[in-house]
Design a protein around this ligand. Structure first.
Ligand code: PEP
Length: 251
């Protein structure tokens, strides 16, 4: 099994550029488990200045938090995947529930964005996850399956090495409530089985599936200890360097 253990921070719309540089520098200087791939999802404005401050040897990677599905055009305020690729930003987060909610991004649009990102050589962190009422009804597996089928499963098998899945139950994002380790394992295993059915065992075994939703240093170890949880996508706790470093080291 060759899948990577990944801890990705999602800074959302937090920090000024100076604060972001300081945060990234503190993470760079911290003691980090070499087996953890570290990714920082920073605001667009921060990508270039933070990248300049990170030493290649630090092996800290950057992610954009979104991109457009076209490489150029009359799309005021948008950011092209080709621009991110030219800046040598390796990752892009797509399908975060906040973008689905506040920017009305639907499954079909996300399918286009994933394709555009991959065509530009970006690796995609694709977010999926159910709202509370779906979880309460016990329909979370079906809900996530539909999200994957509608947005992700058009990706050819040869490109799946550039896909990371982040399962993020909406009821756990920024709420302080986390899925229990058992709840996380149940759906991560279900997602892996969906991958297996679609792409076969090798790809299913090699795809990292991250958990996101109020991950903190106090709960990371138990969640990350589940066999099908391959790390985390971390929001609030990624804004505190010491806390984030503890999460990085929670494998
Ligand atoms: C997120 O934004 O992806 C997230 C999981 O946020 P938080 O860790 O704050 O719940």
């Amino acid at each position: 099994m060759a899948r990577k253990f990944i801890v990705a921070g999602n800074w959302k719309m937090h920090t000024t550029i100076d604060e972001g540089i300081q945060l990234a520098t503190q993470i760079q200087e911290g003691q980090r488990n070499a087996n953890t791939t570290v990714i920082l999802g920073v605001p667009f404005t921060h990508l270039f200045p933070v990248k300049k401050k990170l030493k290649a040897a630090s092996k800290i990677h950057l992610a954009a938090q979104n991109c457009h599905y076209k490489n150029s055009g009359a799309f005021t305020g948008e950011v092209s995947p080709a621009t991110l690729a030219a800046l040598k930003i390796p990752y892009v987060i797509l399908g975060h529930s906040e973008r689905r909610l506040f920017n009305h991004e639907d499954d079909a649009l996300l399918a286009l964005k994933i394709q555009a990102a991959l065509e530009n050589g970006l690796k995609v962190i694709f977010c999926c996850g159910e709202p509370l009422e779906i979880r309460k009804a016990g329909d979370h597996v079906k809900f996530v399956q539909k999200q994957l089928e509608a947005s992700l499963f058009a990706v050819p098998a040869t490109d799946m090495k550039n896909i990371i899945i982040a399962y993020e139950p909406i009821w756990a994002i920024g709420t302080g409530e986390t899925a229990s380790p058992n709840q996380a394992q149940e759906i991560h295993l279900a997602i892996r089985n969906m991958l297996k059915k679609q792409y076969g065992k090798r790809i299913a075994d090699n795809t990292s599936i991250l958990y996101g939703g109020s991950v903190k240093s106090s709960n990371a170890k138990e969640i990350f200890g589940q066999p099908d949880v391959d790390g985390g996508l971390v929001g609030g706790a990624a804004l505190d360097s010491q806390e984030f470093l503890k999460i990085i080291n929670s494998q």
